[in-house]
Design a protein around this ligand. Structure first.
Ligand code: ATP
Ligand code: MG
Ligand code: MG
Ligand code: MG
Length: 579
Protein backbone atom coordinates (compact mmCIF):
# COMPACT_ATOMS: atom_id res chain seq x y z
CA UNK A 1 0.00 0.00 0.00
CA UNK A 2 1.32 3.35 -1.05
CA UNK A 3 2.21 5.78 1.71
CA UNK A 4 0.21 8.96 1.22
CA UNK A 5 1.60 12.24 2.41
CA UNK A 6 -1.94 13.34 3.33
CA UNK A 7 -2.15 10.71 6.06
CA UNK A 8 1.46 9.65 6.70
CA UNK A 9 2.60 10.23 10.27
CA UNK A 10 5.27 12.74 9.39
CA UNK A 11 5.98 16.45 9.85
CA UNK A 12 8.99 17.67 7.99
CA UNK A 13 10.95 20.42 9.72
CA UNK A 14 12.52 23.44 8.11
CA UNK A 15 15.08 23.96 10.88
CA UNK A 16 17.85 21.72 12.09
CA UNK A 17 17.33 20.10 15.47
CA UNK A 18 19.41 21.93 18.08
CA UNK A 19 21.25 18.86 19.37
CA UNK A 20 22.41 17.48 16.02
CA UNK A 21 25.96 17.96 14.73
CA UNK A 22 26.20 15.64 11.75
CA UNK A 23 24.33 16.43 8.53
CA UNK A 24 22.75 12.98 8.19
CA UNK A 25 21.45 13.10 11.74
CA UNK A 26 19.90 16.52 11.11
CA UNK A 27 18.23 15.32 7.94
CA UNK A 28 16.88 12.09 9.48
CA UNK A 29 15.11 14.22 12.07
CA UNK A 30 14.03 16.98 9.67
CA UNK A 31 12.68 14.55 7.09
CA UNK A 32 10.70 12.67 9.70
CA UNK A 33 12.50 9.33 9.97
CA UNK A 34 13.37 9.48 13.65
CA UNK A 35 12.65 11.66 16.67
CA UNK A 36 14.64 12.11 19.79
CA UNK A 37 13.20 11.06 23.14
CA UNK A 38 16.30 11.51 25.31
CA UNK A 39 20.05 11.53 24.63
CA UNK A 40 20.84 8.44 22.58
CA UNK A 41 17.21 7.27 22.58
CA UNK A 42 15.12 7.62 19.43
CA UNK A 43 11.65 6.84 18.15
CA UNK A 44 11.35 5.37 14.66
CA UNK A 45 8.59 6.93 12.56
CA UNK A 46 6.91 5.22 9.56
CA UNK A 47 9.50 6.40 7.01
CA UNK A 48 12.30 5.30 9.31
CA UNK A 49 10.65 1.95 9.88
CA UNK A 50 10.70 1.30 6.14
CA UNK A 51 14.44 1.90 5.90
CA UNK A 52 15.12 -0.06 9.04
CA UNK A 53 13.09 -3.03 7.78
CA UNK A 54 15.07 -3.07 4.53
CA UNK A 55 18.39 -3.03 6.32
CA UNK A 56 17.19 -5.74 8.68
CA UNK A 57 16.04 -7.87 5.78
CA UNK A 58 19.34 -7.66 3.97
CA UNK A 59 21.02 -8.85 7.14
CA UNK A 60 18.38 -11.51 7.75
CA UNK A 61 18.76 -12.92 4.24
CA UNK A 62 22.52 -13.25 4.57
CA UNK A 63 22.27 -14.82 8.02
CA UNK A 64 19.67 -17.31 6.82
CA UNK A 65 21.90 -18.08 3.84
CA UNK A 66 24.68 -19.36 6.12
CA UNK A 67 22.22 -21.50 8.01
CA UNK A 68 21.94 -19.34 11.12
CA UNK A 69 18.52 -19.60 12.78
CA UNK A 70 16.63 -16.55 13.99
CA UNK A 71 15.52 -16.32 17.61
CA UNK A 72 14.63 -13.48 19.95
CA UNK A 73 15.85 -13.21 23.48
CA UNK A 74 14.47 -10.81 26.05
CA UNK A 75 16.30 -7.54 26.65
CA UNK A 76 15.36 -7.59 30.34
CA UNK A 77 17.68 -10.10 31.97
CA UNK A 78 18.57 -11.52 35.37
CA UNK A 79 21.89 -10.68 36.97
CA UNK A 80 23.18 -14.20 37.66
CA UNK A 81 24.51 -15.24 34.23
CA UNK A 82 26.37 -11.96 33.89
CA UNK A 83 27.69 -12.41 37.41
CA UNK A 84 29.01 -15.85 36.45
CA UNK A 85 31.09 -14.40 33.62
CA UNK A 86 32.03 -11.34 35.69
CA UNK A 87 30.50 -8.99 33.15
CA UNK A 88 28.03 -7.64 35.75
CA UNK A 89 31.10 -5.81 37.08
CA UNK A 90 33.40 -5.74 34.07
CA UNK A 91 30.95 -3.96 31.81
CA UNK A 92 31.09 -1.02 34.19
CA UNK A 93 28.91 2.06 33.89
CA UNK A 94 27.77 1.11 30.42
CA UNK A 95 25.45 -1.50 31.87
CA UNK A 96 21.87 -0.43 32.56
CA UNK A 97 21.04 -2.05 35.90
CA UNK A 98 17.68 -2.11 37.63
CA UNK A 99 15.75 -4.01 40.28
CA UNK A 100 12.41 -5.73 40.14
CA UNK A 101 9.76 -5.29 42.87
CA UNK A 102 11.31 -8.08 44.90
CA UNK A 103 14.68 -6.33 44.80
CA UNK A 104 16.21 -8.83 42.40
CA UNK A 105 19.01 -7.29 40.34
CA UNK A 106 18.26 -7.15 36.66
CA UNK A 107 19.91 -5.61 33.60
CA UNK A 108 19.04 -4.52 30.10
CA UNK A 109 21.17 -6.66 27.82
CA UNK A 110 24.14 -4.89 26.18
CA UNK A 111 25.03 -8.10 24.27
CA UNK A 112 23.86 -11.67 24.83
CA UNK A 113 26.73 -14.18 24.95
CA UNK A 114 25.61 -15.46 28.35
CA UNK A 115 21.98 -15.99 27.41
CA UNK A 116 22.70 -17.84 24.17
CA UNK A 117 25.24 -20.00 25.92
CA UNK A 118 22.71 -20.96 28.60
CA UNK A 119 19.97 -21.67 26.08
CA UNK A 120 22.21 -24.10 24.24
CA UNK A 121 23.23 -25.66 27.53
CA UNK A 122 19.53 -26.16 28.36
CA UNK A 123 18.67 -27.84 25.12
CA UNK A 124 21.74 -29.63 23.75
CA UNK A 125 23.95 -32.36 25.15
CA UNK A 126 25.88 -34.02 22.34
CA UNK A 127 28.44 -33.19 19.68
CA UNK A 128 25.84 -34.52 17.25
CA UNK A 129 23.77 -31.42 17.94
CA UNK A 130 26.59 -29.20 16.66
CA UNK A 131 27.51 -27.08 14.77
CA UNK A 132 24.88 -24.48 15.55
CA UNK A 133 24.52 -20.79 14.70
CA UNK A 134 21.75 -18.62 16.15
CA UNK A 135 20.99 -14.96 15.64
CA UNK A 136 18.61 -12.24 16.65
CA UNK A 137 17.84 -8.69 15.59
CA UNK A 138 17.07 -7.00 18.84
CA UNK A 139 17.30 -3.91 20.99
CA UNK A 140 20.45 -3.51 23.02
CA UNK A 141 21.08 -1.14 25.89
CA UNK A 142 24.34 0.55 26.76
CA UNK A 143 24.60 3.65 28.88
CA UNK A 144 27.18 5.18 26.56
CA UNK A 145 29.19 8.01 28.10
CA UNK A 146 28.84 10.04 24.93
CA UNK A 147 25.78 9.15 22.86
CA UNK A 148 26.51 10.66 19.49
CA UNK A 149 25.10 11.70 16.17
CA UNK A 150 21.63 10.42 16.89
CA UNK A 151 21.49 6.78 15.98
CA UNK A 152 25.21 6.34 15.30
CA UNK A 153 25.85 5.82 19.00
CA UNK A 154 22.61 5.25 20.83
CA UNK A 155 21.90 4.11 24.35
CA UNK A 156 19.09 1.95 22.99
CA UNK A 157 19.97 0.59 19.57
CA UNK A 158 19.31 -2.40 17.37
CA UNK A 159 22.00 -4.98 16.85
CA UNK A 160 22.04 -8.16 14.87
CA UNK A 161 23.96 -10.51 17.10
CA UNK A 162 24.77 -14.09 16.27
CA UNK A 163 26.53 -16.83 18.17
CA UNK A 164 28.15 -20.01 16.91
CA UNK A 165 28.65 -23.25 18.84
CA UNK A 166 31.18 -25.89 17.85
CA UNK A 167 32.87 -28.90 19.30
CA UNK A 168 36.40 -27.80 18.38
CA UNK A 169 38.57 -24.97 17.10
CA UNK A 170 38.34 -26.15 13.51
CA UNK A 171 34.56 -25.90 13.71
CA UNK A 172 34.79 -22.41 15.18
CA UNK A 173 37.09 -21.34 12.37
CA UNK A 174 34.52 -22.49 9.81
CA UNK A 175 31.67 -20.68 11.55
CA UNK A 176 33.83 -17.56 11.79
CA UNK A 177 34.73 -17.69 8.10
CA UNK A 178 31.09 -18.17 7.13
CA UNK A 179 30.08 -15.16 9.17
CA UNK A 180 32.92 -13.13 7.72
CA UNK A 181 31.73 -13.95 4.19
CA UNK A 182 28.14 -13.11 5.13
CA UNK A 183 29.27 -9.77 6.54
CA UNK A 184 31.12 -8.97 3.32
CA UNK A 185 27.88 -9.59 1.42
CA UNK A 186 25.82 -7.53 3.87
CA UNK A 187 28.10 -4.51 3.78
CA UNK A 188 28.43 -4.71 -0.02
CA UNK A 189 24.65 -4.74 -0.34
CA UNK A 190 24.36 -1.80 2.03
CA UNK A 191 26.73 0.07 -0.24
CA UNK A 192 29.40 0.91 2.30
CA UNK A 193 32.98 1.71 1.59
CA UNK A 194 34.51 -0.38 4.34
CA UNK A 195 37.67 -2.07 5.51
CA UNK A 196 38.09 -5.23 7.51
CA UNK A 197 40.61 -4.59 10.26
CA UNK A 198 42.33 -6.58 12.98
CA UNK A 199 40.64 -5.64 16.21
CA UNK A 200 41.10 -5.73 19.90
CA UNK A 201 38.86 -8.26 21.62
CA UNK A 202 38.26 -5.89 24.53
CA UNK A 203 35.67 -6.75 27.16
CA UNK A 204 34.37 -9.59 25.03
CA UNK A 205 37.44 -11.70 25.66
CA UNK A 206 38.60 -14.41 23.29
CA UNK A 207 41.29 -14.42 20.67
CA UNK A 208 40.86 -13.55 17.00
CA UNK A 209 38.62 -10.67 16.18
CA UNK A 210 38.03 -8.39 13.22
CA UNK A 211 35.98 -5.27 12.71
CA UNK A 212 34.19 -3.96 9.65
CA UNK A 213 34.76 -0.22 9.62
CA UNK A 214 32.86 2.09 7.30
CA UNK A 215 35.44 4.58 6.07
CA UNK A 216 34.19 7.97 7.22
CA UNK A 217 35.60 11.26 8.45
CA UNK A 218 32.91 11.12 11.17
CA UNK A 219 34.33 7.88 12.54
CA UNK A 220 35.37 7.52 16.15
CA UNK A 221 37.75 4.68 15.36
CA UNK A 222 41.14 5.21 13.79
CA UNK A 223 42.63 2.49 11.69
CA UNK A 224 45.87 1.97 9.84
CA UNK A 225 46.55 0.20 6.60
CA UNK A 226 49.43 -0.42 4.25
CA UNK A 227 49.57 -1.26 0.57
CA UNK A 228 49.84 -5.01 1.13
CA UNK A 229 46.28 -5.31 2.45
CA UNK A 230 47.17 -5.21 6.13
CA UNK A 231 44.64 -3.16 8.11
CA UNK A 232 44.10 -2.80 11.83
CA UNK A 233 42.25 -0.72 14.33
CA UNK A 234 44.90 1.38 16.11
CA UNK A 235 43.60 -0.19 19.32
CA UNK A 236 44.89 -3.49 18.05
CA UNK A 237 48.16 -2.50 16.40
CA UNK A 238 51.09 -4.10 18.09
CA UNK A 239 53.73 -1.43 18.12
CA UNK A 240 56.89 -2.48 19.90
CA UNK A 241 57.22 0.93 21.52
CA UNK A 242 53.75 0.90 23.09
CA UNK A 243 54.07 2.07 26.71
CA UNK A 244 52.98 -1.23 28.15
CA UNK A 245 55.85 -3.06 26.52
CA UNK A 246 58.20 -0.18 27.05
CA UNK A 247 58.02 0.09 30.80
CA UNK A 248 60.79 -1.92 32.35
CA UNK A 249 59.84 -3.40 35.64
CA UNK A 250 62.14 -4.97 38.12
CA UNK A 251 64.66 -5.45 35.40
CA UNK A 252 66.76 -8.51 36.12
CA UNK A 253 70.06 -6.73 35.60
CA UNK A 254 69.61 -5.15 39.01
CA UNK A 255 70.03 -7.60 41.79
CA UNK A 256 69.24 -6.13 45.17
CA UNK A 257 72.13 -6.69 47.54
CA UNK A 258 72.14 -6.38 51.32
CA UNK A 259 73.55 -2.85 50.76
CA UNK A 260 70.75 -1.74 48.49
CA UNK A 261 69.11 1.20 50.17
CA UNK A 262 65.44 0.65 50.75
CA UNK A 263 62.84 3.35 50.61
CA UNK A 264 63.09 3.47 54.40
CA UNK A 265 66.79 4.38 54.15
CA UNK A 266 66.01 7.07 51.68
CA UNK A 267 63.23 8.45 53.82
CA UNK A 268 65.66 8.61 56.71
CA UNK A 269 68.10 10.46 54.47
CA UNK A 270 65.47 12.97 53.51
CA UNK A 271 64.55 13.58 57.12
CA UNK A 272 68.18 14.01 58.11
CA UNK A 273 69.26 16.28 55.27
CA UNK A 274 66.11 17.92 53.97
CA UNK A 275 63.66 18.35 56.84
CA UNK A 276 60.22 19.45 55.87
CA UNK A 277 59.10 22.97 56.71
CA UNK A 278 55.68 21.89 57.94
CA UNK A 279 56.73 20.28 61.19
CA UNK A 280 56.28 16.71 60.24
CA UNK A 281 58.64 14.06 58.99
CA UNK A 282 58.90 12.64 55.50
CA UNK A 283 57.20 9.26 55.26
CA UNK A 284 57.29 6.55 52.66
CA UNK A 285 53.95 7.81 51.37
CA UNK A 286 55.48 11.23 50.78
CA UNK A 287 58.16 9.68 48.71
CA UNK A 288 55.44 8.43 46.43
CA UNK A 289 53.75 11.76 46.23
CA UNK A 290 57.00 13.51 45.51
CA UNK A 291 58.33 11.08 42.98
CA UNK A 292 61.14 10.23 45.16
CA UNK A 293 64.73 10.67 44.59
CA UNK A 294 67.26 12.91 42.93
CA UNK A 295 70.97 12.33 43.15
CA UNK A 296 73.26 15.28 43.85
CA UNK A 297 76.52 14.94 41.99
CA UNK A 298 79.80 16.17 43.46
CA UNK A 299 79.67 19.18 41.11
CA UNK A 300 76.29 20.15 42.54
CA UNK A 301 74.18 19.06 39.59
CA UNK A 302 71.21 16.87 40.27
CA UNK A 303 70.20 13.76 38.44
CA UNK A 304 67.22 11.51 38.80
CA UNK A 305 68.04 8.38 40.68
CA UNK A 306 65.08 6.14 41.09
CA UNK A 307 61.44 5.79 41.92
CA UNK A 308 60.04 3.38 44.38
CA UNK A 309 57.04 2.21 46.31
CA UNK A 310 57.23 1.86 50.09
CA UNK A 311 59.05 -1.09 51.47
CA UNK A 312 60.63 -2.09 48.24
CA UNK A 313 64.25 -2.14 47.44
CA UNK A 314 64.93 0.64 45.12
CA UNK A 315 67.67 2.19 43.09
CA UNK A 316 69.55 1.51 39.99
CA UNK A 317 72.64 -0.58 39.60
CA UNK A 318 74.94 2.13 38.33
CA UNK A 319 74.34 4.26 41.39
CA UNK A 320 74.83 1.31 43.63
CA UNK A 321 78.15 0.61 42.05
CA UNK A 322 79.04 4.23 42.73
CA UNK A 323 78.14 3.61 46.36
CA UNK A 324 75.77 6.49 46.65
CA UNK A 325 75.34 7.63 50.15
CA UNK A 326 71.86 8.49 51.37
CA UNK A 327 73.06 11.98 52.17
CA UNK A 328 73.33 12.70 48.49
CA UNK A 329 69.69 12.17 47.71
CA UNK A 330 67.07 14.87 47.57
CA UNK A 331 63.34 14.92 46.99
CA UNK A 332 62.15 15.34 43.48
CA UNK A 333 60.39 18.61 42.87
CA UNK A 334 57.85 19.83 40.42
CA UNK A 335 60.44 21.90 38.59
CA UNK A 336 62.51 18.78 37.93
CA UNK A 337 59.98 17.70 35.35
CA UNK A 338 61.19 20.56 33.21
CA UNK A 339 64.84 19.76 33.74
CA UNK A 340 64.52 16.05 33.05
CA UNK A 341 62.26 15.58 30.07
CA UNK A 342 62.56 11.83 30.29
CA UNK A 343 60.92 11.93 33.69
CA UNK A 344 57.34 12.60 32.94
CA UNK A 345 54.18 12.77 34.92
CA UNK A 346 52.21 9.65 35.17
CA UNK A 347 49.22 8.89 37.22
CA UNK A 348 48.16 6.23 39.64
CA UNK A 349 44.53 5.40 39.81
CA UNK A 350 42.67 3.73 42.64
CA UNK A 351 43.34 0.06 42.90
CA UNK A 352 47.00 0.30 42.08
CA UNK A 353 48.11 1.96 45.24
CA UNK A 354 44.95 2.28 47.24
CA UNK A 355 43.64 5.71 47.94
CA UNK A 356 46.61 7.53 46.49
CA UNK A 357 44.50 8.65 43.63
CA UNK A 358 45.62 11.56 41.58
CA UNK A 359 49.24 11.67 42.64
CA UNK A 360 51.77 12.41 40.02
CA UNK A 361 54.02 9.59 39.27
CA UNK A 362 56.08 7.96 36.68
CA UNK A 363 54.83 4.51 36.29
CA UNK A 364 52.26 2.32 34.80
CA UNK A 365 49.59 1.56 37.41
CA UNK A 366 49.06 -1.90 36.04
CA UNK A 367 52.57 -2.83 37.02
CA UNK A 368 52.81 -0.83 40.21
CA UNK A 369 50.61 -3.35 41.89
CA UNK A 370 52.69 -6.41 41.33
CA UNK A 371 56.16 -5.06 41.14
CA UNK A 372 58.61 -2.99 43.00
CA UNK A 373 59.84 -0.11 41.01
CA UNK A 374 60.53 1.47 37.71
CA UNK A 375 63.76 3.23 37.06
CA UNK A 376 63.54 6.78 36.03
CA UNK A 377 67.11 7.19 34.96
CA UNK A 378 68.48 6.58 31.56
CA UNK A 379 70.99 3.80 31.47
CA UNK A 380 72.40 1.09 29.23
CA UNK A 381 69.93 -1.61 28.30
CA UNK A 382 67.12 0.44 29.70
CA UNK A 383 64.66 2.15 27.56
CA UNK A 384 63.43 5.03 29.46
CA UNK A 385 59.82 5.67 29.22
CA UNK A 386 58.25 8.72 27.82
CA UNK A 387 54.83 8.58 29.38
CA UNK A 388 52.84 11.74 29.43
CA UNK A 389 49.80 12.27 31.57
CA UNK A 390 46.78 12.86 29.39
CA UNK A 391 48.40 11.42 26.32
CA UNK A 392 49.52 8.03 27.57
CA UNK A 393 47.56 7.88 30.81
CA UNK A 394 43.98 8.76 31.50
CA UNK A 395 42.62 9.93 34.82
CA UNK A 396 41.43 6.46 35.80
CA UNK A 397 44.90 5.06 35.30
CA UNK A 398 44.20 3.40 31.96
CA UNK A 399 47.11 3.26 29.59
CA UNK A 400 46.47 4.36 26.07
CA UNK A 401 48.08 2.92 23.02
CA UNK A 402 51.19 4.67 21.87
CA UNK A 403 50.51 7.19 19.22
CA UNK A 404 50.81 5.74 15.76
CA UNK A 405 51.68 8.14 13.03
CA UNK A 406 51.13 8.29 9.32
CA UNK A 407 54.24 6.91 7.66
CA UNK A 408 55.30 4.62 10.53
CA UNK A 409 56.65 1.28 9.30
CA UNK A 410 53.87 -1.27 8.97
CA UNK A 411 53.89 -4.20 11.40
CA UNK A 412 53.23 -6.39 8.35
CA UNK A 413 56.81 -5.64 7.33
CA UNK A 414 55.60 -4.18 4.06
CA UNK A 415 55.73 -0.46 3.48
CA UNK A 416 54.43 2.28 5.69
CA UNK A 417 51.14 2.96 7.44
CA UNK A 418 48.35 5.25 6.34
CA UNK A 419 45.84 6.47 8.90
CA UNK A 420 42.12 6.95 8.37
CA UNK A 421 38.92 7.10 10.38
CA UNK A 422 36.07 4.66 10.39
CA UNK A 423 32.78 3.79 12.02
CA UNK A 424 32.51 0.30 13.46
CA UNK A 425 29.68 -1.43 11.60
CA UNK A 426 30.35 -5.01 12.52
CA UNK A 427 32.59 -7.01 14.81
CA UNK A 428 33.30 -10.72 14.68
CA UNK A 429 34.95 -12.65 17.50
CA UNK A 430 36.34 -16.09 18.07
CA UNK A 431 35.41 -16.32 21.71
CA UNK A 432 36.69 -19.83 22.32
CA UNK A 433 35.59 -21.43 25.59
CA UNK A 434 35.49 -18.35 27.85
CA UNK A 435 31.70 -18.18 28.17
CA UNK A 436 31.06 -21.90 27.87
CA UNK A 437 33.51 -22.56 30.68
CA UNK A 438 32.08 -19.90 32.98
CA UNK A 439 28.54 -21.18 32.43
CA UNK A 440 29.30 -24.90 32.15
CA UNK A 441 28.27 -25.50 28.54
CA UNK A 442 29.60 -28.98 27.82
CA UNK A 443 28.48 -31.73 25.48
CA UNK A 444 29.51 -35.36 25.03
CA UNK A 445 32.10 -35.81 22.31
CA UNK A 446 32.53 -38.79 19.98
CA UNK A 447 34.20 -40.78 22.75
CA UNK A 448 31.50 -40.07 25.28
CA UNK A 449 33.68 -37.54 27.09
CA UNK A 450 32.31 -34.21 28.29
CA UNK A 451 33.85 -31.41 26.25
CA UNK A 452 33.49 -27.66 26.61
CA UNK A 453 31.81 -26.09 23.60
CA UNK A 454 33.70 -23.39 21.72
CA UNK A 455 31.88 -20.21 20.71
CA UNK A 456 32.01 -17.27 18.37
CA UNK A 457 29.99 -14.07 18.47
CA UNK A 458 29.21 -11.70 15.63
CA UNK A 459 27.53 -8.30 15.75
CA UNK A 460 26.17 -5.78 13.25
CA UNK A 461 24.92 -2.36 14.27
CA UNK A 462 21.57 -2.20 12.49
CA UNK A 463 20.39 1.26 13.54
CA UNK A 464 23.96 2.51 13.23
CA UNK A 465 23.97 1.22 9.64
CA UNK A 466 20.95 3.42 8.86
CA UNK A 467 22.83 6.36 10.36
CA UNK A 468 25.96 5.68 8.31
CA UNK A 469 23.99 5.31 5.08
CA UNK A 470 22.31 8.65 5.81
CA UNK A 471 25.65 10.39 6.44
CA UNK A 472 27.02 8.96 3.19
CA UNK A 473 24.06 9.82 0.98
CA UNK A 474 22.91 13.41 1.18
CA UNK A 475 23.23 16.90 -0.24
CA UNK A 476 22.13 20.34 0.89
CA UNK A 477 18.52 19.63 0.01
CA UNK A 478 18.17 16.36 1.87
CA UNK A 479 18.76 12.63 1.94
CA UNK A 480 19.44 10.53 -1.15
CA UNK A 481 18.71 6.90 -0.32
CA UNK A 482 20.26 4.07 -2.29
CA UNK A 483 17.45 2.09 -3.86
CA UNK A 484 18.18 -1.01 -1.76
CA UNK A 485 17.17 0.69 1.49
CA UNK A 486 15.00 3.63 0.37
CA UNK A 487 11.63 4.00 2.14
CA UNK A 488 10.01 3.79 -1.31
CA UNK A 489 11.14 3.27 -4.91
CA UNK A 490 9.20 6.17 -6.36
CA UNK A 491 7.88 9.42 -4.92
CA UNK A 492 4.93 10.69 -6.94
CA UNK A 493 4.19 14.36 -6.53
CA UNK A 494 0.84 15.57 -7.82
CA UNK A 495 0.63 19.37 -8.10
CA UNK A 496 -2.08 21.93 -8.66
CA UNK A 497 -5.84 21.79 -8.16
CA UNK A 498 -6.89 19.97 -11.28
CA UNK A 499 -8.76 16.72 -10.44
CA UNK A 500 -7.49 15.13 -13.61
CA UNK A 501 -3.94 15.38 -12.24
CA UNK A 502 -4.84 13.51 -9.05
CA UNK A 503 -6.80 10.85 -10.91
CA UNK A 504 -3.89 10.24 -13.24
CA UNK A 505 -1.45 10.15 -10.35
CA UNK A 506 -3.61 7.56 -8.56
CA UNK A 507 -3.56 5.47 -11.69
CA UNK A 508 0.21 5.60 -11.91
CA UNK A 509 0.46 4.64 -8.22
CA UNK A 510 -1.68 1.57 -8.82
CA UNK A 511 0.27 0.53 -11.91
CA UNK A 512 3.60 0.81 -10.13
CA UNK A 513 2.31 -1.13 -7.16
CA UNK A 514 1.06 -3.86 -9.43
CA UNK A 515 4.71 -4.19 -10.48
CA UNK A 516 5.80 -4.55 -6.84
CA UNK A 517 7.27 -1.09 -6.62
CA UNK A 518 6.86 0.82 -3.38
CA UNK A 519 5.36 4.26 -3.75
CA UNK A 520 5.22 7.39 -1.65
CA UNK A 521 2.44 9.58 -3.05
CA UNK A 522 2.15 13.27 -2.27
CA UNK A 523 -1.59 13.66 -2.67
CA UNK A 524 -2.00 16.71 -0.43
CA UNK A 525 -4.55 18.91 -2.16
CA UNK A 526 -3.81 22.17 -0.35
CA UNK A 527 -0.03 22.15 -0.26
CA UNK A 528 1.94 24.27 -2.72
CA UNK A 529 4.13 22.62 -5.38
CA UNK A 530 7.18 24.32 -3.85
CA UNK A 531 6.63 22.71 -0.47
CA UNK A 532 5.98 19.35 -2.07
CA UNK A 533 9.20 19.54 -4.09
CA UNK A 534 11.18 20.56 -1.02
CA UNK A 535 9.73 17.68 0.98
CA UNK A 536 10.50 15.22 -1.81
CA UNK A 537 14.13 16.35 -1.90
CA UNK A 538 14.38 16.21 1.87
CA UNK A 539 12.88 12.72 2.17
CA UNK A 540 15.19 11.41 -0.53
CA UNK A 541 13.33 8.71 -2.43
CA UNK A 542 15.56 7.94 -5.44
CA UNK A 543 13.04 8.63 -8.21
CA UNK A 544 10.57 11.52 -8.16
CA UNK A 545 7.69 11.70 -10.64
CA UNK A 546 5.88 15.02 -10.96
CA UNK A 547 2.36 14.89 -12.33
CA UNK A 548 1.14 18.45 -12.91
CA UNK A 549 0.58 21.07 -15.56
CA UNK A 550 2.35 19.04 -18.23
CA UNK A 551 -0.40 16.47 -18.10
CA UNK A 552 -2.47 18.68 -20.39
CA UNK A 553 0.24 18.05 -23.02
CA UNK A 554 0.40 14.36 -22.11
CA UNK A 555 3.77 14.52 -20.25
CA UNK A 556 5.03 14.04 -16.70
CA UNK A 557 8.46 14.84 -15.29
CA UNK A 558 10.84 12.22 -13.91
CA UNK A 559 13.61 13.42 -11.68
CA UNK A 560 16.59 11.43 -10.49
CA UNK A 561 17.18 12.55 -6.90
CA UNK A 562 20.90 11.76 -6.95
CA UNK A 563 22.00 13.23 -10.28
CA UNK A 564 19.36 15.93 -10.32
CA UNK A 565 18.64 15.01 -13.93
CA UNK A 566 15.05 15.80 -15.06
CA UNK A 567 13.29 14.63 -18.16
CA UNK A 568 9.79 14.88 -19.50
CA UNK A 569 8.27 11.62 -20.70
CA UNK A 570 4.93 10.80 -22.25
CA UNK A 571 2.52 9.86 -19.50
CA UNK A 572 1.86 6.56 -21.25
CA UNK A 573 5.46 5.45 -20.78
CA UNK A 574 6.07 6.66 -17.23
CA UNK A 575 5.85 3.19 -15.70
CA UNK A 576 8.33 1.73 -18.14
CA UNK A 577 10.64 4.70 -17.55
CA UNK A 578 10.88 4.38 -13.77
CA UNK A 579 11.29 0.60 -13.71
P1 ATP B 1 31.98 0.94 19.62
O1 ATP B 1 33.43 0.67 19.54
O2 ATP B 1 31.47 1.80 18.51
O3 ATP B 1 31.54 1.41 20.98
P2 ATP B 1 31.56 -1.75 20.34
O4 ATP B 1 32.88 -2.30 19.97
O5 ATP B 1 31.31 -1.38 21.75
O6 ATP B 1 31.23 -0.47 19.41
P3 ATP B 1 30.33 -4.33 19.91
O7 ATP B 1 30.18 -4.74 21.32
O8 ATP B 1 31.43 -4.92 19.10
O9 ATP B 1 30.38 -2.71 19.84
O10 ATP B 1 28.90 -4.51 19.21
C1 ATP B 1 28.68 -4.94 17.86
C2 ATP B 1 28.18 -3.81 16.97
O11 ATP B 1 27.10 -3.08 17.55
C3 ATP B 1 29.23 -2.75 16.73
O12 ATP B 1 30.11 -3.16 15.72
C4 ATP B 1 28.39 -1.54 16.31
O13 ATP B 1 28.08 -1.61 14.93
C5 ATP B 1 27.11 -1.73 17.11
N1 ATP B 1 27.06 -0.82 18.26
C6 ATP B 1 27.79 -0.89 19.40
N2 ATP B 1 27.48 0.09 20.25
C7 ATP B 1 26.51 0.82 19.62
C8 ATP B 1 25.76 1.97 20.00
N3 ATP B 1 25.92 2.53 21.18
N4 ATP B 1 24.83 2.46 19.13
C9 ATP B 1 24.63 1.86 17.93
N5 ATP B 1 25.32 0.78 17.52
C10 ATP B 1 26.24 0.25 18.36
MG1 MG C 1 31.31 0.41 22.72
MG1 MG D 1 34.56 -1.03 19.28
MG1 MG E 1 33.29 -3.96 18.84
Amino acid sequence: MAMRMSTLFVRTLRDDPADAELPGHKLLVRAGYIRRVAPGIYTWLPLGMRVLAKVENIIREEMDAIGAQEVKFPALLPREPYEATNRWTEYGDNLFKLQDRKDNDMLLGPTHEEMFCLAVKDMYSSYKDLPLSLYQIQNKYRDEARPRAGILRGREFIMKDSYSFDIDAAGLQKAYDRHRDAYIKIFNRLGFEYVIVHADSGAMGGSASEEFLAVSPHGEDTFVRDDSGYAANVEAVEVPQAPKQQVTVGDSHIEPTPDTPTIATLVDALNANHPRTDNRAWTAADTLKNVLVMLRQPDGTREPLAIGVPGDRDVDAKRLEAKVSPAEVEPFEEKDFATYPHLVKGYIGPGALGEDKGIRYLLDPSIAEGSAWVTGADQPGHHVIDLVYGRDFTADGTIQAAEIKEGDPSPSGSGTLKLARGIEMGHIFQLGTKYAEALGLKVLDENGKLTTVTMGSYGVGVTRAVGVIAEDNLDDAGLIWPRTVAPADVHIVATGKDDAVYLKAEEIVRELEALQLEVLYDDRPKVSPGVKFKDAELIGVPTIVVVGKGLADGVVEIKDRRSGERREVPVSSVVAEVL
